[in-house]
Write a new protein. Sequence first.
Length: 280
Amino acid sequence: MARRRQHRRAQGATVVVGAVCCLGLGAAGCARSDAVAQGPPAGDPVEVLRTAADALVEAGSSQTRTSLEMATGGTRVTIRGEGVYDYRKRLGRLKVRLPQDPAGAAEDRPITELLAPGALYMKNRGAGVPDDKWVRVDTATLSDGNLVTGGATDPFAAAEVLRGTRAATFVGRTEVAGARVRHYRGTADLEAASQAASEVNRGPLGAAAKGFATARVPFDVYLDDEGRIRKIRHRFSFVNGERQEPVAVASTTLLYDFGAPADVRLPADGDIYAGRIAQE
């Protein structure tokens, strides 16, 4: 009888110890799982970022918000844009708002911009262009590769700058617009980016490598768990041709609502302004 009681006690103790061990293992397992979730992702950051543009192509399209901050001679201006982009067709549409002038005058009507392979189309451009006409700019002729000229950086070109990543570190996990993301910080080389970029961006990025004050581009980028860019911030530098003053540019591109409709139609030839554009 005594032996049976001892045996039952032993069994009970075994069950209790087993339960505690299971809880302990469960907690440890959770801790390990959480540590993995909070820690750096597998893979070298440089290689992860060099292929980040591919995830956008796989996503197909997204909505985007842009901000271009320029600072020179103690003056700082910010140009903001909003629209959609199709990463497979390399087509985008933005509404770009210019800042108030120094006198505090009201903002002009937003400029509508269409981003296309090798071209930038602008409507409501002003400078003597009729309201119903578009201005077409050949991006191959732009010394900045249209990373700055349009007042916004082409979202896919912004992503392909990362193909020239030379150094990068994983900063940590955070959130961007409610999405859990991984934050990386690094430096890209525009010449290397142009060599690794898709055909449509090879020329523009190569032009930017020669046209900017330096081909070195510091950046911060935030990738979601599917490897898609949610936010990217580049810091460019070029020299003002007239005053020979360095101009610092911070370009921020926010991407969201992946898969959103992005029906972008380019203007017909008859809708493109053929006259001379006045200098503003």
